[in-house]
Design a protein around this ligand. Structure first.
Ligand SMILES: Cc1cc2nc3c(=O)[nH]c(=O)nc-3n(C[C@H](O)[C@H](O)[C@H](O)COP(=O)(O)OP(=O)(O)OC[C@H]3O[C@@H](n4cnc5c(N)ncnc54)[C@H](O)[C@@H]3O)c2cc1C
Length: 222
């Protein structure tokens, strides 16, 4: 068990120490574009790719996160931008996967992040171990979480810690990217007893939550 600075504690079997990564952007001649590389962050790592006239940055130095698939996406966009297309990177549906056992994967916003951006969002969580797939693989832990925007009825975030998480998360990646509502997702058929099958129940519960919210509240007769 470790005690954290904020007074909270965390329990686990192993500690993953992430020490960070430096980007070798010195000696590339960036100063010729008026970019000062003497500081730690010579340009904003906010995912915007164009950092000077005729100069684009992609991959880890570009931000907003650090993933191979982010670098690939940005590389394709940067070429199209350089050829004159008016494009803006869209990171709403950027997947994150950690290939541990069990795997962990997420996309979009957590409930706190959604609320911080002003969304009226809610979260639903399903236990993996007691799902059909969980019983099949005799899992003892794991969860699947979804975050839904009440106003648009769209999925805005998902997080999973369970076997197949890095594959199963892609349903949520596409749903967020394409602004799919939970109404459509709840009527989507998921193979039994796959990990993705857990979404069937979660999306149906989300639709019920949204529908009940719109109903008039019953008032007991005096
Ligand atoms: C241990 C580890 C595991 C990871 N696992 C994953 C994972 O499972 N999934 C995932 O999505 N991401 C993973 N990442 C992150 C991923 O590797 C990076 O986000 C990704 O490689 C960033 O791409 P990039 O093009 O910015 O940089 P890189 O892939 O590092 O490419 C930069 C290239 O530029 C070259 N270079 C540097 N300086 C110069 C120079 N002056 N002149 C010419 N060439 C130069 C380098 O040699 C290198 O080939 C992992 C990272 C680490 C360190």
């Amino acid at each position: 068990m470790v005690e954290l600075d904020d007074g909270s504690t965390a329990e686990g079997h192993a500690v993953l120490l992430a020490v960070g990564r430096a980007f070798p952007i010195d000696d590339l001649g960036l100063e010729h574009y008026g970019i000062d590389t003497s500081g730690r962050t010579p340009f904003p790592r906010d995912g915007r790719l164009r950092i000077a006239d005729g100069l684009w940055v992609i991959g880890d130095p570009a931000g907003p996160e650090l993933h191979t698939h982010q670098a690939h996406y940005q590389g394709e966009l940067a070429v199209r931008m350089a050829l004159g297309e008016d494009l803006k990177p869209d990171y709403r549906a950027l997947p994150r996967a950690t290939y541990t056992d069990p795997e962990a994967a997420s996309v979009g916003l957590t409930l706190d992040q959604a609320r911080e951006t002003g969304l009226d969002a809610f979260e639903l969580v399903a236990d993996f171990a007691t799902s059909p797939k969980g019983y099949a693989v005799q899992a003892t832990l794991g969860h699947v979480t979804i975050v839904v925007n009440r106003a648009t009825r769209e999925l805005v975030g998902a997080a999973m810690a369970c076997p197949d998480a890095s594959a199963a998360i892609h349903e949520c990646v596409l749903a967020i990217k394409a602004h799919v509502t939970v109404d459509v997702l709840a009527e989507t058929i998921h193979a039994f007893p796959s990990t993705s099958r857990i979404f069937n129940g979660l999306f149906a519960d989300a639709r019920r939550e949204l529908d009940e919210q719109g109903k008039p509240v019953a008032v007991a007769a005096e």
